[in-house]
Design a protein around this ligand. Structure first.
Ligand code: SF4
Length: 440
């Protein structure tokens, strides 16, 4: 069996998971296993070194299919941590990112910092509301691959003080070199007696403004899309300091979307995701918005179509490899086949290059839950087109340096995070809105 390159190894590990050999001392060396997100991120964070780039990934370890994996995580004096493929005896050296020191500290209000936000790869992920409404008994319409209703409030503080979030964002930036703070939320309502709902964008707004003013860095928001008449809210969030939006529409095939995402289907529909993605991509420019999908549930042809659509509107595809999480409705589904996923990410690279979508421009954003476009570069032939696309991105990266330096500094924001001429007075019902996968 041929030795895999780092991109191929990443994909195979996502599909097959890993067994942990007793030689490993992960309780001492690894980040705590985080089940705080909807979580395709229930596994072990590792870094696979490579000549193009190092790859950060979250390897499945707990799910049933991992027990059958040919891969074993081992440690010895000579190699340190490595992934052993027991089919071929190939050993792949890896690094285990340590637990950040700030995980052990509390905020000034006494909340453990790791219950406010966690690093997912190298960026800070913060869930900014209580459990997704689709998990409530009234709705009973959660996405079937998701476990966020099981985890939020157990591993994370449901309602977070803005001051606590600022403290954690500052610690992640200063001590862990995080350049990107990502806010996400499940589908929400307002906990008022009349049960009117506040959109996730309204919920994220005060956090975005506070981090922009007091910490700096790039800021992303991932909540369910607003409907057409409320698209102005994205412009408002940009004024407050948002640099990136992502939209988890999960499945491109309408029948699979309806079946596996009943809440998103019933309350929003795929079109809401498409309109919001198109609006924000125009607003922010190419490569600043992502469309998030899961590969391995719907037919591969639909996933390839999703990639073509997302790149055609100037967004980049964030593709998660389906993980049958413990506790999810789809817990007993099969993990996808390596060959199918390879096809998906080879296609992703070609679509990114064809549409000239910039990637990797902001330093140090490594997302461990997905195969990033930069990771997919390992899968393509290193021909002239490959070199030209990578060279173009390298130029953009250099040109962006002064802008990045400016963005990393805090700056004042004059826009209000709670009042806007188009927002209804607090006593009136507000627009329905919703959630996301990674929050989700
Ligand atoms: S909207 Fe997000 S948090 Fe809610 S059920 Fe779906 S994936 Fe989970």
């Amino acid at each position: 069996m041929k030795r895999l390159n780092p991109g191929q190894l990443e994909i195979d590990l996502f599909c097959k998971g890993i067994r942990i050999d007793p030689s490993c001392r992960l309780d001492r060396d690894a980040r705590l296993f985080s089940r705080t997100r909807a979580g395709l991120g229930s596994g072990l964070e590792i870094v696979i070194p490579g000549d193009l780039k190092d790859i950060w990934m979250n390897v499945p370890v707990e799910e049933d299919f991992c027990a059958l994996s040919p891969y074993e995580m081992r440690w010895d004096e000579a190699m340190g941590y490595h992934v052993l493929d027991t089919r071929s005896d190939e050993a792949y050296p890896v690094r285990i990112p340590p637990t950040p020191a700030w995980y052990e500290r509390t905020t000034s209000s006494g909340i453990p910092m790791s219950r406010i936000g966690v690093l997912q790869g190298t960026y800070l992920g913060i869930y900014v509301s209580e459990a997704c409404m689709f998990w409530t008994p009234q709705e009973n319409a959660n996405c079937q691959f998701c476990t966020s209703g099981v985890n939020v409030g157990v591993n994370e503080v449901a309602r977070k003080r803005v001051a606590d979030v600022v403290e954690v964002a500052r610690a992640a930036k200063e001590e862990s070199g995080s350049t990107f703070t990502h806010f996400n939320a499940g589908y929400q309502w307002e906990d008022k007696p009349e049960h009117t709902r506040a959109h996730g964008l309204n919920r994220a707004a005060p956090y975005v403004k506070a981090v922009r003013e007091q910490v700096g860095g790039f800021i992303g928001v991932q909540v369910a899309p607003v409907l057409e008449h409320d698209l102005w809210k994205y412009d408002w969030l940009v004024e407050l300091g948002t640099d990136h939006f992502s939209f988890c529409y999960e499945l491109h095939n309408p029948e699979y979307f309806e079946k596996h995402c009943p809440g998103k289907f019933g309350h929003l529909g795929q079109d809401a995701f498409f309109r919001a993605m198109e609006h924000t991509s125009k607003l922010l420019g190419k490569g600043k918005v992502s469309g998030e999908i899961i590969a391995g549930i719907e037919p591969i042809e639909d996933t390839l179509q999703a990639i073509d659509y997302i790149t055609s509107v100037g967004a980049f595809p964030t593709v998660c490899i389906f993980r049958p999480l413990i506790g999810a409705d789809m817990e007993h589904f099969r993990s996808p086949a390596y060959e199918d996923m390879l096809r998906v990410f080879e296609h992703l690279w070609r679509a990114m290059a064809r549409n000239r979508i910039p990637y990797g421009i902001i330093p140090n954003i490594e997302v461990s839950l997905v195969v990033q476009p930069g990771d997919a570069a390992y899968l393509a032939p290193r021909d002239l087109g490959w070199r030209a696309y990578r060279a173009r991105n390298a130029v953009l990266r250099t040109l962006a340096k002064p802008y990045v330096a400016w963005k990393m500094r805090p700056r004042p924001v004059t826009t209000s995070a709670t009042e806007h001429p188009k927002l209804p007075p607090p006593s009136l019902p507000v627009t329905p809105g919703g959630g996301s996968r990674e929050a989700a």
